[in-house]
Write a protein that binds this ligand. Structure first.
Ligand code: HEC
Ligand code: HEC
Length: 319
């Protein structure tokens, strides 16, 4: 009996070890590249400019920012690569946001349109490496083809800036986990109708990562996700229509939260090294009224969840 048990045990161990090695060595799942050519039209470029600079916040991460200023103003050339994260930011390794201007050597100028598309929606780099999911490819997966093409058409108009960032290093075991995340996207992604405002708002909340940041374990928008900043922890507030949340009852109050940081209102920027944020106010502050209204309409319809979050837990007095 004992011997049989040992045999089983040994077998099980062998399987576990093989599975582990398989996962460690396995490439991420990815699809074949297609011969895609995104035509550039003025409408596409204009739409892509809005998506990359506002709704999808590409410019927020892919540009160096003054991290001592709450609203994170840009200090480097737009899209030429952002800041680096390391262990002081709670990152398991070291990662710098890459240059996505059209520079051929240090940016994405030499990438094909489908390589860029695959990176944005499926999280695979040009050389077949899984991107770290801080690049929100999971949220962008729902990006309709036309919007994704608009982003690519716009990125191609950004003048090349030569600025290289070091390659990403992700420590074990996170490196193994990261490689399992990408899932190929084989089917076309159709446009989302604006006819029903709440449905359209739900789509916006997904692709703009409101859901990703304002949820913890389930996608309920009840906040509580913690961001370990060097200035101390920060938690995302509850934006469900529950009294414990911060969602205003009226649209006016909601708009005001966003417009504070709109480009034309930069004078109101609070400079307060004690309180940093990860909420991309500068990009989202420039959302169209139409999109903000759809977001608000949707947020008012989500299930209220009771969850009182202290946004700055170390300093409950000040928000
Ligand atoms: C929340 C921050 C964030 C946002 C928003 C973001 N990115 Fe990224 N992106 C990253 C990070 C970080 C990486 C590098 C990941 C890695 O090295 O594993 C990256 C990688 C990339 C890459 C691969 C580049 C390379 O050289 O490997 C492309 C292309 C890209 N992003 C385009 C975009 C576009 C287009 C948008 C907007 C639609 C966008 N990103 C929005 C953080 C972000
Ligand atoms: C990268 C993470 C991140 C993303 C993306 C994000 N938020 Fe936030 N949000 C936060 C954090 C953290 C705070 C709290 C700190 C602050 O107010 O700046 C916050 C604050 C807020 C507040 C409260 C503002 C106040 O004055 O109390 C609202 C409302 C809000 N977010 C809505 C949204 C909506 C809507 C979206 C999507 C369009 C979104 N957020 C996207 C992280 C995020």
């Amino acid at each position: 009996m004992a011997r049989k048990f040992l045999t089983w045990f040994a077998l099980l161990m062998t399987i576990s070890v093989s599975v582990m090695f398989y996962l460690i060595l396995k490439d991420p799942q990815m699809r074949e590249l297609k011969n895609l050519r995104v035509d550039s039209t003025p409408e596409r470029i204009a739409r892509g400019e809005y998506l990359a600079n506002n709704l999808l916040s590409c410019v927020h991460c892919h540009t160096q920012r003054d991290r001592d200023d709450y609203s994170l103003p840009a200090v480097g050339p737009a899209f030429a690569g952002g800041d680096c994260l390391d262990e002081t930011w709670g990152f398991p390794g070291k990662m710098c946001t890459p240059n996505i201007t059209s520079d051929a050597e240090t940016g994405i100028g030499a990438w094909t349109d489908d390589e860029v598309l695959r990176a944005i929606r499926e999280g695979i780099s040009r050389d077949g490496i899984a991107l770290f999911p801080l690049m929100p490819f999971d949220a962008y997966r729902d990006l309709p083809d036309e919007d994704a093409y608009a982003v690519i058409a716009y990125l191609r108009t950004i003048p090349p800036v030569s600025r290289s960032t070091p390659a990403t290093v992700v420590n074990f075991p996170m490196s193994v986990i990261v490689r399992q995340i990408p899932t190929p996207l084989e089917e076309p992604v159709p446009p989302v109708s604006r006819d029903d405002e709440a449905t359209y708002g739900a789509h916006l909340a997904k692709i703009a990562s409101c859901i990703g940041c304002h949820s913890e374990d389930v996608d309920d928008l009840a906040g509580g996700q913690s961001f370990p900043l060097p200035s101390g922890p920060l938690a995302s507030p509850n934006i469900t229509p529950d009294p414990t949340g911060v969602l205003p009852e009226e649209y006016d109050g909601f708009v005001r939260m966003f417009r504070k940081f709109a480009p034309e209102n930069e004078a109101t920027t609070a400079v307060d090294p004690e309180h940093l944020t990860v909420m991309p106010w500068r990009t989202l502050g420039g959302l169209t009224d139409e999109d903000l209204h759809a977001l608000f309409t949707y947020l008012r319809t989500v299930r209220p969840v009771e969850n009182a979050v202290q946004v700055y837990p170390a300093d409950p007095e000040v928000k």
